[in-house]
Design a protein around this ligand. Structure first.
Ligand code: FAD
Length: 421
């Protein structure tokens, strides 16, 4: 079929969906593209939501993936405030909540993920916030004001970034974490400890091993319309607050796929080209689970580089163009003056080597498995990040002594390792 007779529907106008539409046109796709998203905003970047947008340094327009008028110029039909409710695979139709139906030849599911809500009494009190969308940040900005006490539940990247912004704006954050260390799901213990010390040194109290039992309002009753005033821990202690921000992870939006019989696990199962178990239906971004070449495991990654990579893969498959080369997964986080860049994925490592000088930073954590570099966390250390990314890609075995020695330039460590790779 000539592509002018084809229709690609992309469900979810976020980071992955927006990129997929742009990549389809870049690859020469001449058919119809319908990009439908439930939010009222054009496709935007989420990382600044817990950074520069929350702190007020940038306004909404700096979040757009591209100027809103560009979608029409690229003949992409952008349909906002439009939530898909069902996929009818037999008839190749998507149904929307407003009753509309649209036919497709190819469908791309890019529905992202949603926040995990706090399963305790009082979680529905006023002043209990989450941080996923522009609307969420707009609702919580007034909490980030001088003197206001913000209880941040969850010591992951989003909670820690929010804590650093809160402090900068003069608010009084406290981070409450159920595990015995910060970033437990994504970082090695040495890095968790680095961030604990960094936050405490700058004035953010960190409460580890602190399980939330309930959120309380003034009277102690959890009735509608009351505002949260305290976080009750399972130890019986209550931490007073004026608002609470919950950052305890996300859940993939995979129900549309599961309900129409597509294979799902921890995300919608896709192959290397992001095809689901139906060859005309793709899934990309936070909602997709794919085999990862580096770890040899099926994974669901929650990062912008992954969303962009998968969007390009789906677009290439639809257009019949070459698949992009496999990339080393990477990620970043900004807290205070600390810029973290992470390459690769921990898990299979047996050794962690720390490279640092006298000062707090630059500091990097290198993770090796049988001598092969598989991941690196680099704080205020772009040269180490760049070199590590390259070495991970080549499965190089850097000299551990040189890696640990900040007097040896990283480019020399890399050169020697790549010569031996
Ligand atoms: P999204 O960007 O979430 O887009 C999915 C869209 O689909 C949403 O707009 C959603 O409303 C819509 N949708 C869902 N269901 C339907 C439906 N049924 N019908 C229509 N539309 C639907 N990553 C990094 O790499 N670095 C960072 O520093 C970083 N910081 C972050 C900070 C915050 C606060 C957040 C929330 C995320 C951050 N991330 C970061 C993660 C990154 O933003 C996500 O991995 C990325 O946005 C995933 O893109 P996506 O398109 O899969 O999902």
């Amino acid at each position: 079929m000539s592509d002018s007779k084809q229709t690609v529907i992309i469900l979810g106008a976020g980071q992955a969906g927006g990129q997929c539409a742009a990549s389809l046109r870049r690859n020469g796709f001449g058919g119809r593209i319908l990009l439908a998203g439930e939010e009222r905003h054009p496709p935007y970047q989420r990382p600044p939501l817990s950074k520069a947008y929350l702190s007020g340094e940038i306004d909404e327009s700096r979040l757009w993936l591209q100027p809103p008028e560009t979608w029409a110029e690229q003949s992409v039909e952008l349909r906002l405030s439009s939530r898909a409710s069902a996929i009818d695979r037999a008839n190749r139709i998507v149904r929307f909540e407003d009753g509309r139906e649209e036919a497709f030849t190819h469908l791309v599911i890019a529905t992202g993920s949603r926040v995990r809500t706090l399963p305790v009494p009082g979680a529905d009190l006023e002043g209990v916030r989450y941080l996923r969308s522009i609307a969420d940040v707009d609702a919580l900005k007034s909490d980030f004001a001088p003197g206001r006490r913000i209880a941040i539940i969850g010591g992951g990247y989003i909670g820690l970034e929010a804590a650093s912004v809160a402090l900068k704006l003069g608010a009084k954050p406290v981070v409450i974490e159920a595990m015995d260390r910060l970033l437990a799901r994504v970082a090695v213990p040495q890095m968790s400890e680095f961030y604990r010390q960094a936050h405490e040194a700058r004035g953010v109290p960190i409460r580890l091993d602190s399980q939330v039992a309930a959120l309380k309002a003034e009277s102690g009753l959890f009735s509608e319309g009351k505002t949260v005033t305290g976080i009750e821990l399972t130890s019986g202690e209550t931490i007073a607050c004026d608002s609470a921000l919950v950052g305890i992870g996300v859940i993939p939006n995979q129900e549309l796929a599961a309900e129409c019989g597509l294979e799902t696990g921890n995300g919608i199962s896709v192959d290397e080209a992001c095809r689901t178990s139906d060859p005309d239906i793709y899934a990309i971004g936070d909602c997709a689970e794919q085999h990862n070449w580096l770890t040899d495991k099926r994974l669901r990654l929650e990062s912008v580089p992954n969303a962009l990579d998968q969007a390009k893969r789906a677009a290439a498959a639809i257009c019949g163009t070459a698949q992009p080369k496999p990339e080393v997964p990477w990620f970043w986080s900004d807290q205070f003056d600390l810029k973290l860049q992470t390459a690769g994925l921990i898990g299979a490592h047996d050794t962690t080597i720390i490279r640092t000088g006298e000062a707090e930073t630059p500091r990097s954590f290198f993770h090796l498995a049988d001598g092969v570099l598989i991941a690196a966390d680099c704080i205020n250390d772009p040269p180490s990040f760049m070199a590590a990314k390259m070495m991970i890609q080549k499965r190089a075995k850097p000299d551990p002594v040189a890696l640990a020695d900040s007097a040896v330039a990283m480019k020399d460590v890399m050169k020697a390792a790549l010569a031996g790779a």
